[in-house]
Write a protein that binds this ligand. Structure first.
Ligand SMILES: NC(=O)c1ccc[n+]([C@@H]2O[C@H](COP(=O)([O-])OP(=O)(O)OC[C@H]3O[C@@H](n4cnc5c(N)ncnc54)[C@H](OP(=O)(O)O)[C@@H]3O)[C@@H](O)[C@H]2O)c1
Length: 167
């Protein structure tokens, strides 16, 4: 049985995803959604995103950090050096692989992702990193859930689940 590879991200109305190696917004409810969705599974992130989190390892999830630097070392994560190495490593796992960014990691792994979990933040922010273009017609919307803003979350957002259409 094939296992899920799921790209998960949050973007603003202009597909912005990052600002100065961090997130452009503060939305605790969105982080809660991320945590609940990915708990117990495997996260793949780029070295820049990992450093942007000050190398904080997210609890309850195995993290893989991708870098071309063969000498790179970090506590509490698995360091791999190519897409092929990641896919080979994943062969022997029975968990879901979540592609958690940033832009360069999404770019590389969207072609092998069978599902997308996209959060659309209802706002326009300042930043420097955008979600890459991808063949949106290859995916079909299967569900969407709206989260309303509140005193701790200044923006509405919608979580959309899309699955790859069968060729
Ligand atoms: N909104 C969201 O959902 C979301 C999610 C995640 C991240 N982000 C944001 O995205 C931004 C970072 O994105 P980014 O594109 O600059 O960086 P990134 O994708 O996090 O990391 C890029 C780095 O990953 C390594 N890498 C990438 N492809 C590789 C490959 N095929 N083989 C080996 N190593 C590879 C390289 O590391 P080396 O340079 O060490 O070789 C590269 O410099 C930050 O602002 C972050 O907050 C947003």
């Amino acid at each position: 049985m094939s296992k899920d590879i799921i790209a998960i991200w949050a973007e603003d109305k202009n597909h912005l995803i990052g600002h100065k190696d961090s997130l452009p917004w503060r939305l605790p409810k969105e982080l809660k959604h991320f945590k609940e969705t990915t708990m117990g599974q495997v996260l793949l992130m780029g070295r820049v995103t990992f450093e942007g989190m000050n190398r904080r390892v997210l609890p309850g999830r195995q993290t893989i950090v991708l870098t071309r630097d063969k000498d790179y070392q970090a506590e509490g994560v698995i360091v791999l050096h190519s897409k092929e190495e990641v896919l080979e490593w994943f062969e022997n796992q029975d968990k879901t692989l979540f592609i958690v960014g940033g832009a360069r990691i999404y770019q590389s792994f969207l072609p092998v992702s069978n599902k997308l979990l996209k959060t659309e933040v209802d706002g326009v922010f300042e930043g420097d990193t955008y979600f890459p273009d991808y063949p949106e017609a290859d995916f079909e919307l299967v569900s969407e859930k709206i989260f309303e803003k509140d005193e701790k979350n200044a923006y509405n957002f919608t979580v959309k689940e899309l699955i790859r259409k069968v060729a």
